[in-house]
Design a binder for this molecule. Sequence first.
Ligand code: SAM
Length: 239
Amino acid sequence: MPRFYCPDARFVLHEKCVLPEKARHHAGRVLRMKAGDTAVLFDGRGLEASGPIAFEGKDAFIVVGDVHRSTTESPLRMRLVQALVSPEKTDWIIEKAVEAGVSEIVLVPAARSVTKLSGERIQKRLAKCADIAAGAAEQCGRAVVPAVRFMAFDEALKLEDEARFLLAPGAAEPPKLTGLSSCTFAVGPEGGFDEAEIAAADAAGWQCVLLGPRVLRTETAGLVFAALAGAASGDLAFI
Ligand code: SAM
């Protein structure tokens, strides 16, 4: 069933809901939907609506036949603090984090981040990341589009949560993931977090944790953590 992100929509039963331009183009030109085909709209905040699509002049809309809260969210609220890496890797990390159920992504420049971002380029990058998050949510069946933010590493250390984990291959202990309803986890750049960053996280009350005996690439580590934490909270079903 085609799904379309409608960030400004208000879904009211039996009323029209007009698709934004990008969604209209996708429905009409790319998917070649016909009047009467069922479309699902989601508002990025957890609500979904469905109904038959109609085209009228330049507009496309559905008449809302059903509104419900999405059931595809993880029971665990996860916030990923990702050290800046190349744009290609960041795009991949965001897409996979959304699929894995992460609810917020914070990009931070780390001491060993090779990629640097400043000024206008931060806003441009964030806009691209927001598009990727929306596309991933659309594709994987989420009605929530995770926010992507940018902040200094020191600011990110002040973020509060039930549990805060800094992933470090040199750590001694694995994370305790059972019984959590929310957590924040930080992943370093290709060269890892430096000693000062690890010490600062420790001083700020974060737990430095090990994900296993192998050193994972930065783009693998966050995904593995999200899958493990999601599984521990009952998000993933095992047969
Ligand atoms: N030599 C670097 C170091 O020791 O940190 C390797 C960095 S690794 C390629 C990139 C990031 O992935 C790390 O900063 C860490 O956050 C995460 N990571 C990779 N493997 C990990 C593991 N086995 N345990 C915990 N974190 C890991």
